[in-house]
Ligand binder design. Structure first.
Ligand SMILES: [Fe+2]
Ligand SMILES: [Fe+2]
Length: 410
């Protein structure tokens, strides 16, 4: 479950429905974030696992209880961090891996391959195109279709947002968006390649600047702004890469309104795919940790993207991206700009940031009986309410089943 959305093999497998939300709510209450079924699972095992879950009160090891009940092909996990607030608890000693669970093996492999590839460039050598191709195979065919890895990309970040991790994540999220937009397979593969290498120019900048624990001064900022050109220079004559890769490396910091860098002269509009990478790149940078600031939570990052839409970023792409990652799914608990707390009871794909809410008391978590539609606009045409963020399930105890039930019978 990625941020409350049920995913099956990396895809959201059913439309938001109340029945689905009940199940998700119950599993979340048991602190189960992911269910792993092996292909050889039997009906008896499913039944036995259901019994174990129904009787389990959170004491002891769920895994052992399953084992005792003869369940071999089903596992429940806390692997996918749907609630990103856990990251803040131990801050600044952020864990380098989720307790008892390392990175998804395919994602881990991808990261280590990417680290090697980027290290080659750092040493001043050319990119090894063959290893990039192999890396893309893993990325496109294994990891982008793997919900655990995607969950880790969405919710779990390294303490330092190293260029290779950032690049792998931008590539995966670009694929997610490309898929949503219905891009064909060849374009998606080219997009994944370009997104993976968009920041390769940074490998030619002094590492002290990239990892500087604080804001950059003007001179350092000017150096940073050279990375798109440096990247394009590294990529341009390389045999075996898609032509789009160089273009995107050069253009990914050019804004939708023509500002940004580098300045390629008037009337040069960045390519559509450069605009796509720009949206994902901005999101990934906001949600990644820096040594001098905490990462933004996904919802916060989406709101920032929404504000940048039309100026820095292409609004249609921002909208598609935000809806691809569905930030306020049914059953999530959110706060509005009027300081109300509500449970999302209905989400609208065409208004991803404006769900319908059942308000609850901010202290007791009890439903107040008031339903609000945050899509509503006042006389001045402005939205009457904005969702300003979401609350972790551990921040306020809400009986989600009761709230959703009350709404569905209304
Ligand atoms: Fe960049
Ligand atoms: Fe970037």
């Amino acid at each position: 479950m990625i941020r409350g959305v049920a995913m099956l093999d990396g895809r959201s497998f059913r439309k938001e429905s109340l029945a689905n939300a009940h199940l998700l709510g119950e599993l979340a209450e048991l602190e189960v974030d992911s269910v792993h079924l092996q292909r050889s699972v039997t009906a008896d095992e499913l039944r036995a696992a259901g019994h174990v879950l129904a009787e389990w009160h959170g004491e002891g090891s769920l895994r052992e209880a399953l084992h005792e009940a003869g369940v071999r092909n089903i596992d429940f996990g806390r692997i996918v961090a749907i609630d990103s607030s856990w990251r803040f608890r131990d801050w600044p000693e952020a864990p380098d891996q989720i307790p008892d669970q390392a990175l998804d093996p395919d994602y881990a492999e991808l990261l280590s391959r990417a680290e090697e590839t980027f290290a080659t460039v750092e040493e001043g050598r050319d990119i090894d195109v063959r290893s990039v191709r192999e890396l893309l195979q893993v990325l496109v065919h294994k990891v982008s279709t793997n919900s655990v890895a995607l969950g880790q990309v969405m919710a779990m970040k390294q303490y330092e947002n190293f260029t290779y991790c950032h690049s792998v994540n931008v590539s995966l999220l670009s694929l997610l968006l490309g898929d949503r937009l219905g891009l064909d397979e060849t374009t998606r593969t080219d997009l994944a390649e370009a997104a993976l290498l968009h920041d390769v120019g940074k490998m030619r900048l002094p590492v002290e600047i990239l990892r500087k624990p604080g804001p950059l001064d003007q001179k350092e900022w000017q150096l940073i702004q050279r990375h798109p050109r440096l990247g394009a220079q590294i990529l341009v004559g390389l045999d075996g890469l898609a032509p789009m890769t160089t273009t995107i490396a050069l253009e990914h910091h050019m804004n939708f309104d023509g500002e940004g860098y580098p300045d390629l002269g008037p009337d040069v509009e960045p390519h559509f795919l450069s605009q796509l990478v720009a949206v994902v790149d901005t999101y990934e940078s906001l949600t990644g940790a820096r040594s001098y600031r905490d990462p933004a939570e996904p919802e916060k990052a989406c709101l920032i993207l929404a504000r940048m839409a039309g100026e820095k970023l292409n609004p249609a792409l921002v909208k598609a991206f935000v809806s691809a990652v569905t930030f306020f799914p049914v059953s999530s608990i959110v706060r509005t700009n009027r300081q109300e707390i509500g449970v999302v009871v209905e989400a609208f794909p065409e208004h991803p940031l404006h769900p319908r809410l059942a308000l609850v008391d901010s202290h007791s978590g009890q439903p107040t009986g008031v339903i609000v539609d945050t899509r509503e606009r006042g006389e001045n045409g402005e939205y009457e309410r904005h969702v300003t963020g979401s609350l972790g399930r551990n921040q306020l105890r809400v009986n989600l089943a009761a709230v959703l039930q009350a709404y569905s019978t209304d």
